[in-house]
Design a protein around this ligand. Structure first.
Ligand SMILES: [Zn+2]
Length: 592
């Protein structure tokens, strides 16, 4: 049987060959320009070849550097115990005094979540963002009492900001959270447009549609490089308009007789506002359940962005006393999270609410791959209690915030950039974006496909993906601290999580070279003690024999550490052979 290193095994995943050493080839990377002149550099430190990534891009010209977004991503299954992952800013070490500003496109965590930690590592430069993301970052910064306050500035739409050789302008764009922007960056080599996350919607709800006329004008003036969101580049057609969603949900509200429970992402602030507005229309009060959702709603109020009356939002106490037809509950739990309000309601474990026949539950969000099973369980539980369940696959009650294929083509046709850099998304999505760009006539050599850390150079109007790479490794943040958490620590956590722990206690008289009592075993998460007596007996027997043999051979001259190490090795091998598992083994030797 072939065995794999634990750290490589991910249950339920397909093994594919890692081609990263061939990246130069499949990205068509070229040698850097051979010149002493100043070159424009664009370096993604995160956000290429990953979804929901720790987005961060460096743009550099001579002595001037600007940074766009500093996001975070959630850990993969094989990184247990890690709270989140942020971009690695080590490329900027020693260049702190050259960083003119950090620019933030919008308030989603994959664009702002790394700000708190990274800002202090790069000298706390000025940070420009629209009002909502700035307020969200400041709120978050307040949670880290040891970090300095942000040097924050509100970026007003359409206003030019001079940053060294760069001039930047924030432009309105549609997405799924208010204050989403695209950033225009004028550089000595030409104009770069960075879309952030976006979609094209002619009839959005609660905000203006993107000004395509203005984009066209920018295109007329000439765009060197469009850095464009690829998240949904492989999805065909056009994204459904928010107006369609609005009409569908309105219809559900109109016909609902019991209470309405809506579940969505806590950051889907446009959707949450929409649900509150519909509740007002149909004479319902709203209870918000979920800490981050509550915080976000509060921020909307504080900065004057809320489009609803403060009286609409009520406490759980008030909600309990309302007739069901006057109540909407908006909560997290659309991904089947065990601790969420929705799960507790579905499992009849909620303190204040339960499902009554005729209640309506709307799942207004897509399901993140991997969460399908837990979401299904919640739907089952709700169905048994005779709730009406509406989810995005049966009716359009949700639409994402990312442009589809035809929308992306339209943007390319409006802006007509010389170069396109597909950003955000796994390599498949980046490549899909590249393919659709070629369908509208862009030459392949003008499409810059990159991976993280890759240096793109622009010199005399010519851009190339180079063979140069800077450090863009993951920075892991856990409850204790930040750092390149050593692989060892992660592997320990992995073996604990997957295979449990086995502690074996041995009382030893080293002088007499003998074991005083039979070894004792304590196991957590490895095998069930009561039902595995045979296995545990053979472990005890084996350890006893092993130590006795060792003592006999080497006598009293060996150290406790030696004995521990040899038990760990011998038992590890034995357990892997008999159980195919690798629990963490901790031999405790007590010398008498
Ligand atoms: Zn976003």
């Amino acid at each position: 049987m072939k065995t794999y290193n634990n750290s490589k095994i991910k249950r339920g995943t397909t093994f594919v060959k890692d081609l990263s050493h061939k990246a130069d080839q499949y990205l068509n990377a070229q040698e850097p320009f051979d010149t002493k002149d100043t070159i424009l550099k664009i370096i993604p430190l995160g956000g290429s070849e990953e979804i929901g990534g720790r987005n961060m891009t460096v743009i550099e010209y001579g002595k001037d550097i600007i940074v766009i977004d500093i996001g975070m991503k959630f850990p993969e299954e094989d990184q247990p115990g890690i709270d989140y992952i942020i971009p690695n800013p080590s490329y900027l070490k020693g260049k702190e005094d050259r960083i003119r500003a950090v620019l933030i496109t919008h308030g989603h965590m994959d664009h702002i979540g790394g700000v708190s930690q990274v800002m202090s590592m790069i000298g706390n430069p000025p940070i420009y963002a629209p009002a909502l993301p700035l307020a969200m970052m400041q709120r978050r910064q307040g949670e880290f009492t040891t970090l300095p306050a942000l040097n924050g500035h509100i970026a007003k739409l359409n206003e030019k900001i001079r940053l060294g050789v760069f001039t930047v302008t924030f432009l309105h764009i549609n997405h799924s959270i208010p204050d989403s922007t695209m950033i225009k960056i004028e550089t000595p080599e030409g104009v770069i447009l960075h879309t952030g996350d976006f979609k094209i919607d002619a009839t959005p709800v609660g905000e203006a549609p993107a000004d395509l006329e203005m984009y066209k004008k920018i295109g007329d003036e000439g765009v060197l490089l469009l850095m464009s969101d690829s998240t949904s580049a492989s999805k065909p057609g056009r994204l459904v308009s928010e107006m369609t969603i609005q009409n569908n949900i309105d219809h559900i509200f109109e016909n609902a007789t019991g209470k309405i429970i809506v579940t969505t992402f806590s950051s889907a602030l446009n959707r949450i506002q929409q649900m509150i507005n519909l509740s007002e229309k149909y004479n319902r009060k709203v209870l918000i359940e979920g800490f981050s959702m509550k915080t976000n709603i509060q921020i909307l109020h504080e900065i004057g962005y809320a489009r609803f009356s403060p009286q609409t939002i009520i406490s759980a106490q008030e909600a309990r006393n309302l007739p069901p037809e006057n109540l909407t509950i908006i909560c997290t739990g659309a991904q089947g999270d065990e601790r969420s309000a929705l799960t507790r309601i579905a499992n009849k474990e909620h303190r204040n609410f339960q499902i009554e026949p005729g209640d309506t539950v709307i799942f207004s969000s897509s399901v993140i791959p991997g969460n399908e099973e837990s979401v299904q369980k919640i739907k089952d539980a709700l169905a048994k209690q005779r709730a009406n369940i509406i989810h995005y696959q049966m009716m359009e009650v949700h639409v994402s915030g990312h442009a589809h294929k035809e929308d992306l083509k339209q943007v390319l046709e409006i802006i007509r950039p010389k170069y396109l850099q597909p950003i955000y998304g796994d390599f498949y999505s980046l490549k899909s974006h590249s393919d659709l760009a070629q369908e509208v006539g862009m030459p392949r050599e003008n499409i810059l496909l990159t991976d993280n850390g890759r240096v793109i150079q622009v010199y005399k109007g010519e851009a190339r993906v180079t063979t140069q790479k800077v450090n863009a490794s993951n920075m892991m943040v856990d409850g204790l601290g930040i750092g390149d958490l050593k692989e060892m620590v992660i592997r320990d956590r992995q073996s604990l999580a997957q295979d449990g722990i086995l502690t074996i206690v041995v009382l030893l008289d080293l002088k007499q070279s003998k074991i005083i009592r039979d070894p004792e075993i304590v196991s957590k998460g490895f095998v069930h003690i009561q039902t595995s007596t045979k296995l545990l007996d053979s472990i005890k027997e084996r350890v006893k024999e092993h130590i006795e043999k060792k003592l006999e051979k080497e006598g009293q001259y060996q150290s406790i550490e030696d004995i521990q190490q040899s038990i760990r090795e011998d038992l590890g091998l034995f357990l892997f052979k008999t159980t195919h598992r690798r629990p963490m083994i901790i031999p405790v030797i007590i010398e008498i």
